[in-house]
Design a protein around this ligand. Structure first.
Ligand code: KG4
Ligand code: ZN
Length: 370
């Protein structure tokens, strides 16, 4: 079974072909990030226009690289939420049109759920042999249920326990900013380039993670968390470091902070932001004893998150979670937005007999939640 996955929820126009929910045949991602960098964040109108230009060439390339014609494709899967309205619309309208004209079943995929499904990819198709084989370092084993999933992206921070495919419980989530959003905002304060996750990660390498003590929010619900407090604490800390009060504008801070101050703030913030989600993940591991722990979303590419999670999990369960296969880290390239995660989830929709969407009526759901 081969599924074409289409993803356009934010600034990446992406398409991929996946076979049987585990074999990656192609994965084409065209980002419009270059166009947004000057604005310090994604501009929805620019992203939507760029999707319109890129969507058909990206789909054609994904089919070509997978060595597939339309006859080989069994279904189309598309992100219908959550995401930016204009961006989602381009992917969904394209997928609907193709489903009708090529006569294929259409599966509507939840973007957040799909981030976790990137972890089910374990094999590379013929296109990735030869030198291209080195492009992906895939997991060797598919996750097992119960599966604990931590989704950490620019728009979402959620902890979910899956009892089986399509049978899951949302345990907790951020009450305000997503973790990636907090990284992006702190990067702005420090004058580091967008996106903030990788640039803070890089700067943090030169800093001391214990230089500053930033707060972790204490919330009543066991698995919920919040990032607004730590973000404000970073702002106040930066103002104090340069000897100004809370009225000093945040956009002028970067010029007055020294390189060492920036590195120490980046490292201390990253340390606490990551620890916040790792704390909750470990609590859930203790409560649910999952057979697999997986992460997904852009921030899941963070080496600091991977390091902390592995160490803490090892202390919690008493053995090496990676050697025992409880924790598997997928290739970081499959953590940020891509079509492969949508195609993989689409394969499971089809395999498990989930109802297909109506190609004449499928609508976008920008605020779709888990
Ligand atoms: O999943 P994603 O590509 O898009 C959303 O669905 O939001 O996530 C984007 C987020 C951004 O906030 C970016 O700063 C963060 O992921 N990110 C990273 C890394 N790469 C992207 N954060 C930490 N380390 C990275 N290497
Ligand atoms: Zn995403």
């Amino acid at each position: 079974m081969k599924v074409l996955g289409i993803e356009t929820s934010c600034d990446e126009t992406a398409a991929a072909v996946v076979e049987n929910g585990k074999r990656l045949l192609s994965n084409v991602v065209r980002s419009s990030m270059d166009l947004h960098v000057a604005y310090g964040g994604v501009v929805p109108e620019i992203a939507a226009r760029s999707h319109i230009e890129s969507i058909m060439p990206v789909i054609d390339q994904a089919l070509r690289e997978a060595k597939c014609t339309w006859d080989d494709i069994d279904a189309i899967a598309v992100t219908y939420g959550a995401g930016l309205g204009g961006s989602l619309l381009v992917g969904v309208l394209t997928a609907r049109t193709l489903a009708i004209t090529k006569n294929k079943p259409l599966y509507a995929c939840n973007h957040v759920e799909a981030h976790i499904y990137a972890n089910f990819l374990t094999e590379l198709g013929p296109h990735f042999q030869g030198p291209a084989l080195k492009e992906y370092d895939l997991s060797t084993r598919q996750p097992q249920f119960p599966m604990l999933g931590l989704i950490v992206s620019g728009g979402h921070s959620q902890l979910v326990i899956w009892h089986d495919h399509f049978d899951y419980t949302l345990l907790g989530q951020t009450l305000d900013d997503a973790i990636g959003e907090a990284f992006d905002k702190v990067a702005k304060i420090l004058g580091l380039p967008y996106p903030g996750g990788p640039s803070i990660g890089q700067k943090a390498l030169e800093g001391d993670p214990l230089a500053y003590t930033f707060p972790k929010a204490k919330l009543r619900a066991k698995y919920d968390y919040s990032y607004s407090g730590v973000k404000t604490a970073v702002l106040r800390c930066a103002q104090k470091e340069i000897g100004e009060d809370h009225q000093f504008p945040s956009h002028k801070l970067a010029d007055r902070l020294s390189d060492t101050q920036k590195a120490n703030i980046a490292a201390s913030f990253q340390h606490i932001a990551v620890e916040t989600v790792v704390d909750k993940t470990i609590l859930a591991v203790e409560e649910f004893s999952p057979r697999s722990v997986v992460i997904g979303g852009g921030v899941a590419a963070s080496p600091e998150l991977r390091r902390q999670l592995q160490n803490r999990l090892q202390s919690a369960i008493g053995y090496d979670p990676i050697a025992e296969g409880v924790l598997q880290y997928q290739d970081p390239k499959l953590m940020t937005d891509n079509g492969a995660m949508i195609a993989t989830l689409g394969c499971f929709h089809m395999q498990k007999g989930q109802p297909a969407a109506d190609p004449y009526t499928l609508d976008i759901q920008p605020n779709l939640s888990m």
